[in-house]
Ligand binder design. Structure first.
Ligand code: 3HC
Length: 285
């Protein structure tokens, strides 16, 4: 059993907000923390919108929304996550920033609390060095965007993660309505190790003039039954994120074949980051 009643989430962006929403909807007392009050406000209004949509679609009743909201707290005080039985971090993909957060948490959470990172590619073993003798309770819990919709949680064991921690997190992810699949700690884990080279190859295909971006996407959507083409998906994930994950893999796997395509890097340099800047491979209104 997972032994979790209270979930703390660090970061109220797309991923953190989604994780907090799913945790609260699954019956857990949930605190989502962000030092940026404006980001917390945005997260709360997105939740309101999604709850209203769920009622409209008959997926939740008004009472269920009320109960879920009562379980969900938005806080800009880090101490509010300290009583949590698991803290799931979903902040910017920078190892130093994550380590600083975990270092602080390690001394403040209970002895049985699990410390989890939603990192998409940074080494769990490396992040775990920030929590001293709590490394056995440190684990990767990799959710997928949009969190309320995507079924998978990739559960990543660092070198020191205990079997008990893995089992608790697998059970917790299932209790959150997800399918949990374990993987070991190598840069990119399984999901991004396979997804990102495909996306990178789509940029090379475009750069070499093999086809127009919309045609590349159409071929992959219709021929491979992907819900989004790789270039549309790159915009959805963020071109900066895709390039960063490729770099983490090139470094972590010591292999230059994972380096980001020059065209992908160029778009990032130009500030064309995808959906979030309304212009990436494609333009968005
Ligand atoms: N939050 C909550 N629900 C959302 C949502 C969001 N952000 N976005 C879409 N949905 C819901 C919609 O409400 C809708 O449900 P409803 O009609 O019953 O209300 C349902 O999802 C379908 O949405 P749409 O009809 O608007 O659009 P689509 O049918 O095109 O689906 C999609 C959108 C679910 C995003 C689909 O295109 C898809 O599955 N795309 C692939 C996503 C993917 O591959 N994600 C993984 C990215 S990689 C990653 O996250 C890892 C990281 O490490 C990089």
């Amino acid at each position: 059993m997972h032994g979790v009643e209270r979930v703390g989430v660090i970061g109220s962006g797309q991923m953190g907000g989604g994780i907090a929403q799913v945790a609260a909807q699954s019956g857990f007392e949930t605190v989502v923390y962000d030092l940026d009050a404006a980001a917390l406000g945005k997260c709360k209004s997105l939740h309101e919108k999604l709850f209203a949509r769920a009622v409209e679609k008959g997926r939740m009743t008004e009472d269920q929304v009320k109960e879920t909201k009562a379980r969900l707290t938005y806080s800009d005080q880090l101490t509010d996550v300290h009583p949590a039985d698991i803290v799931i971090e979903a902040v910017v993909e920078k190892a130093e920033v994550k380590k600083e957060i975990f270092k602080g948490l390690a001394g403040s959470v209970s002895d049985r609390a699990i410390l989890a990172s939603n990192t998409s590619s940074i080494s769990i073993t490396d992040l775990a060095t920030s929590v001293g003798d709590k490394a056995d309770r440190f684990i990767g819990m990799h959710f997928f965007n949009p969190v309320p919709v995507m079924k998978l949680v990739e559960v990543i064991n660092g070198l020191a993660t205990s079997k008990e921690t893995t089992e608790r997190v697998l059970a917790l992810a299932e209790a959150m309505g997800k399918t949990a699949v374990p993987a070991n700690d190598r840069a990119g884990f399984v999901s991004n190790r396979i997804l990102m080279p495909m996306i990178n190859e789509a940029f090379y295909t475009w750069m070499e003039g093999v086809a127009e971006p919309e045609h590349i996407d159409e071929i992959m959507k219709l021929g491979m039954a992907h819900p989004m083409g790789p270039l549309r998906l790159a915009d959805f994930i963020g071109l900066d994120t895709c390039a960063h994950i490729m770099e983490v893999m090139a470094d972590g796997l010591s292999d230059p074949r994972y380096l980001p395509c020059p065209l992908l890097k160029q778009l990032v340099t130009a500030g064309r980051l995808g959906d979030k800047t309304k212009h990436g491979v494609f333009r968005y209104e």
